[in-house]
Design a protein around this ligand. Structure first.
Ligand code: XMP
Length: 514
C-alpha cells in the first residue's frame, strides 16, 4: 500500500525542514525535494499535496528559481509559503513588487474565518513575517483571505483550483496558529487521512528490512548515540543474529563512553546482538595529525570510519550490507534532499567515500526527524535514558577541539566536559537545556597559578536550549554553576588556565564550534 505523501519543493529558505516536520506532526508523511524536481517525478510520487517554500530570491528577477506553471494544473492542492506564495502569484498572472515597508518579526494578521486554511484559527492571530517583496496584486481567480496593517495581501486562495498562498511562515513556532493552518492544509484541503504513525513505521520497517536483507549479513556502525542505537535494535528485531554491530572507539568519545556503550550493547548487556569493539584511537590521531580545517577533519574521520568497517567486514567474513543511523536532517543539511545551502557535511553522509566495499548501505532511519527517531526507540522498548540522551556528533570531540587534534587535547576536553556535565546535572539544570558540553579553544593565554606564570589552553563551556537544533539560544545557566565548574576545571584539568562561556545563539553561531 502506498503511503500518503505531501512533498515540499525547496527554494532554499531557512525554515524548510520545519515545514516537513510540522506536516508530519499532523500524521502525514512528508519529503523535501529541490524546486528543480521535474513534473514527471512529481507525477510519479503522486503526492496528496505540494508545498512551495520560502527562499532568498525575488521571483521577478531574471534567473530566479522557478517551476513549471503546469504544476498548478495537476489537480493536486498547492500551498505557497513566502517566496512560494509570491512565485505562485507571479506565474499565474498576479503582481509581486518590492514592499514599501519590509516586514520582519511577529505581526498581527487578520484572517477570513471561512477560508478552509483558517478553520478554527482566531480572526486576529500572530504570524511570523520575513519578507522584502509583497504581493501587490493577486493573480486572477484568487481572493485575499488575510491581511496586516502594512501588507494588504497576507494570504490568497483559489478554492476551485485548490491553490493557497501565505506570505507569512506557518511552520515557525512564532506563528501562533501555524500548526493548525498546516494541519488544515494537509488533512482538510489535501484530504490526507493521517496514516503516518510511529507504531506502523516500526512494523513496516521491520517487514521491509527482512524482505530486503533476506539471509544477508549486516554490519552496523554503532556509536551508542540515539540514532545508531535505534537503528541497531530495529535491525536486530528484523534479522537477529545476521546483524553484527561494530563499535569503533575513535578516541574522540566522551570520557568513559567506550565502556558505557560496551556495558549496554556488549555481551553483558540486555540485547541479543553480535558486538565488536574496535579500539582505533591511535589510528585516528595519526590520520588527523596536523589537520586544522573543520571540513577536512570531518571528512577524514568519516573516511577512516568506513575503512575500519571494511576491515572488520573482511575479518568477520562476507558482509552484504552496511547499516548506518543516518537521519533525515543529515540528508537535507548535506544538500542531498533539497536546495538549502550546505552548512556542514555530516560525517554519516557527506564524508562517505566513493568506494565502499559492501553491496549496499542500509539506513533504516533515513526518513525520520530526531523526535520521530526517539518515538521509534520508545516503541522498540529502548530505555528512556538512552532514548533521550543528548546528541553527540558523529565526529565526536574532533569538532569540539578547534584546530589540530592531539591525544593530549582530547584528554583536556574529555575531563572538562565530564566536569561540566556533572555540575549541570548536580545543579538540576540539565532538564532546562537541550545540549551542553565543553570544547577546547585553540587559544592559549597567560595566567598565574600559585606564584607561577602559566601559558595554557582555554576551555569553552556551551549550553543551549533548542526545540529542533536548527536554531538555538545560549542557555541562561546560573552563575554559581558556571563558577563551580570553572573552579573544578582549573583545579582538576592539567594545562587549562581559563574557562569561557559561549553566549552565542544559532544563528549566527552553530551549536558545535566547528
Ligand atoms: P550544529 O553545530 O550544526 O549542530 O548547530 C546541530 C546539532 O547537530 C549535531 N552535529 C552533528 N551530528 N554529525 C552528527 O552526527 C556531525 O557532523 C554533526 N555536527 C553537528 C550537534 O551536536 C547538534 O546537536
Amino acid at each position: 500500500m502506498k503511503r500518503e505523501t505531501v512533498i515540499v519543493l525547496d527554494f532554499g529558505g531557512q525554515y524548510n525542514q520545519l515545514i516537513a516536520r510540522r506536516v508530519r506532526e499532523s500524521n502525514v508523511y512528508c519529503e523535501i525535494y529541490s524546486y528543480k524536481t521535474g513534473l514527471e517525478k512529481v507525477r510519479e510520487i503522486k503526492p496528496k499535496g505540494i508545498i512551495l517554500t520560502g527562499g532568498p530570491n525575488s521571483c521577478y528577477e531574471p534567473g530566479a528559481p522557478s517551476i513549471d506553471p503546469e504544476l498548478f494544473s495537476l489537480g493536486i492542492p498547492v500551498l505557497g509559503i513566502c517566496y512560494g506564495a509570491q512565485l505562485m502569484m507571479h506565474l499565474l498572472g498576479g503582481k509581486v513588487e518590492q514592499a514599501p515597508l519590509r516586514e520582519y518579526g511577529k505581526i498581527e494578521v487578520s484572517v477570513y474565518p471561512h477560508s478552509p486554511m483558517f478553520r478554527e484559527v482566531s480572526e486576529k492571530t500572530i504570524c511570523w513575517m520575513s519578507h522584502n517583496d509583497y504581493i501587490s496584486q493577486p493573480a486572477p481567480g484568487f481572493h485575499v483571505t488575510a491581511w496586516t496593517e502594512n501588507c494588504p495581501v497576507a494570504a490568497v486562495e483559489d478554492g476551485s483550483r485548490k491553490l493557497y498562498a501565505l506570505q507569512f511562515h506557518p511552520e515557525v513556532l512564532h506563528t501562533r496558529d501555524g500548526k493548525k493552518m498546516l494541519y488544515n492544509f494537509v488533512r482538510e484541503i489535501c484530504g490526507c487521512s493521517g496514516d503516518w504513525r510511529m507504531d506502523s513505521f516500526v512494523e513496516e520497517s521491520i517487514r521491509n528490512l527482512r524482505e530486503k536483507i533476506g539471509s544477508g549479513r549486516v554490519l552496523l556502525a554503532l556509536s551508542g548515540g540515539v540514532d545508531s542505537s535505534v537503528a541497531a535494535v530495529l535491525l536486530s528485531r528484523a534479522v537477529g543474529s545476521q546483524l553484527t554491530c561494530v563499535f569503533v572507539d575513535h578516541g574522540l568519545l566522551r570520557k568513559d563512553e567506550g565502556d558505557e556503550v560496551e556495558a549496554v550493547f556488549g555481551p553483558e548487556g540486555p540485547y541479543d546482538l553480535q558486538f565488536i569493539r574496535v579500539n582505533a584511537q591511535q589510528r585516528f590521531y595519526d590520520r588527523l595529525k596536523g589537520v586544522e580545517e573543520p571540513e577536512e577533519k570531518r571528512k577524514i574521520i568519516g573516511e577512516e570510519f568506513i575503512r575500519v568497517f571494511e576491515e572488520e567486514a573482511k575479518k568477520s567474513g562476507a558482509v552484504d550490507y552496511l547499516g548506518q543511523g543516518t537521519i533525515y536532517p543529515d540528508v537535507v543539511e548535506s544538500g542531498l534532499g533539497g536546495e538549502s545551502a550546505v552548512i556542514k557535511s555530516h560525517h554519516n553522509v557527506g564524508g562517505l567515500p566513493d568506494y565502499v566495499d559492501f553491496k549496499e548501505i542500509i539506513e533504516p532511519l533515513r526518513n525520520l526527524f530526531k523526535d520521530e527517531v526517539r518515538q521509534a526507540g520508545l516503541q522498540l522498548g529502548l530505555p528512556e535514558q538512552l532514548v533521550f540522551r543528548q546528541p553527540f556528533p558523529g565526529p565526536g570531540l574532533g569538532i569540539r577541539i578547534i584546530g589540530e587534534i592531539t591525544a593530549e587535547k582530547v584528554r583536556m576536553v574529555q575531563e572538562a566536559d565530564a566536569i561540566w556535565r556533572e555540575e549541570i546535572q548536580k545543579a538540576g539544570v540539565a532538564r532546562k537545556v537541550n545540549q551542553y558540553f565543553a570544547a577546547l579553544s585553540n587559544m592559549r593565554s597567560v595566567g598565574v597559578m600559585g606564584d607561577e606564570r602559566t601559558y595554557d589552553y582555554a576551555v569553552v563551556l556551551r549550553a543551549v536550549t533548542t526545540t529542533d537544533f536548527m536554531t538555538a539560544e545560549s542557555a541562561d545557566i546560573p552563575w554559581e554553576v558556571i563558577g563551580n565548574a570553572t573552579n573544578r576545571i582549573i583545579n582538576e584539568v592539567k594545562n587549562v588556565n581559563r574557562v569561557l562561556y559561549d553566549c552565542t545563539g544559532k544563528p549566527p553561531a552553530t551549536i558545535e564550534l566547528e
